[in-house]
Design a binder for this molecule. Structure first.
Ligand code: AKG
Ligand code: FE2
Length: 345
């Protein structure tokens, strides 16, 4: 555990939380087999209100698929940089798909540069329809890479729908609450590689800078190396050490807004001082591009008026991307804010 020198929860967010010294672990079996969804809802409620993070076990995703996706990711990042740069995200026009080199995206740009490289894929979409829907870029010499990554992305989408049903129950909403706002949701499957840092770590360069995630839900698979850290209410970084056969789940800004701060989109970062290469697979899902997020009635009271104005998923997400992608700052397009008939979340 390390005391933060980077960022703190603001006072309003800080005051309402209970502290934790390890990220809670939640068994998804009672949700998936229907045996005790209420107990699960209570566990999710505690985890998301206080940590914004939880490990999940008994998630039903094949270990083989996870292992295979890690193997494909390693093979991809082992390609020469010149090959990877041919698939650079800036080549995909306004669609945010492809390769991002070390320091190419900085998640906490005022404080740190990100010592990571990554590759982003989304739902297959033949034409460019804005930043979140467009054709993917693929390494043509690796057809098995495309096949496995798309399968993994589908498995994550299916799991996210189940977890979101548990989150809905934890908020005393119907299990299918999120469904009408997720007809064609924004989702990104990201593969990440963190080179190790050795010697004296320059605090201005770390694997991924302190940040909150932008969307609704993130499902993270990490290898055995470690380095993920999550902030508790006292400003202490808690290690999110790898636990075999689990995923790390966290919520992003959109669920914090939806719950009027009852649930926390928490700060996290990666520092890889293990001496080994670290790989992770991060899946992000939001709502439909035009779904409007507005605080739930059940999270509003006289003492707690709405803290967030309504915003569409697409507009929020694109604004956050603009902060962290230098190439977007150069070629800014406001296509994400074009909307068609908003659905209210
Ligand atoms: O690689 C990890 O462990 C965390 C990645 C992450 O926080 C992100 O991509 O938003
Ligand atoms: Fe993150």
């Amino acid at each position: 555990m390390t005391k933060s020198n980077v960022a703190q929860l603001d006072d309003r967010l800080h005051a309402e939380r209970q502290s934790f010294d390890k990220v809670p672990l939640v068994d998804l079996a009672p949700l998936l087999d229907g045996s005790d969804p209420e107990r699960l809802a209570r566990e999710i409620r505690w985890a998301l209100a206080n940590a914004g993070f939880m490990y999940v076990k008994n998630h039903g995703v094949s270990v083989r698929l996870v292992d295979e996706t890690f193997a494909r990711a390693r093979a991809f990042f082992d390609l020469p940089t010149s090959e990877k740069l041919k698939l650079h995200i800036s080549n995909s026009g306004v669609a945010l798909r492809g390769y991002i080199e070390v320091f190419g995206e900085n998640t906490n740009p005022a404080k740190t540069k990100d010592l990571k490289e990554c590759f982003d894929v989304g739902p297959e979409w033949p034409t460019i329809e804005g930043p979140f829907f467009g054709p993917n870029q693929w390494p043509t010499a690796m057809p098995e890479f495309q096949e496995t990554v798309l399968l993994y992305h589908e498995a994550m989408k299916a799991l996210s729908i189940k977890i979101l049903s548990g989150i809905a129950l934890s908020l005393e909403l119907p299990a299918d609450f999120f469904q009408p706002k997720m007809k064609n949701p924004i989702s990104i499957q990201r593969l990440l590689h963190y080179p190790p840092q050795s010697g004296v770590v320059d605090e201005r360069i770390i694997g991924i800078g302190a940040h909150t995630d932008y969307g609704s839900l993130t499902i993270l698979a990490q290898d055995s190396v470690g380095g993920l850290q999550v902030m508790n209410r006292d400003g202490v970084w808690i290690e999110g050490n790898p636990i075999p056969d689990t995923f790390v789940i966290n919520i992003g800004d959109l669920i914090q807004k939806l719950t009027n701060d009852r649930y926390l989109a928490n700060l996290h970062r990666v520092v890889n001082t293990s001496g080994r290469e670290r790989y992770s697979l991060a899946f992000f899902i939001d709502g439909d591009c035009d779904a409007v997020i507005t605080p739930l009635d059940s999270c509003i009271s006289d003492d707690r008026p709405p803290r967030y104005p309504p915003i569409t998923c697409g507009a929020h997400k694109f604004a956050r991307f603009l902060e962290s992608f230098p190439h977007l700052q150069r070629e800014h397009t406001d296509v994400a804010t074009q909307q068609t008939g908003p659905a209210v979340l």
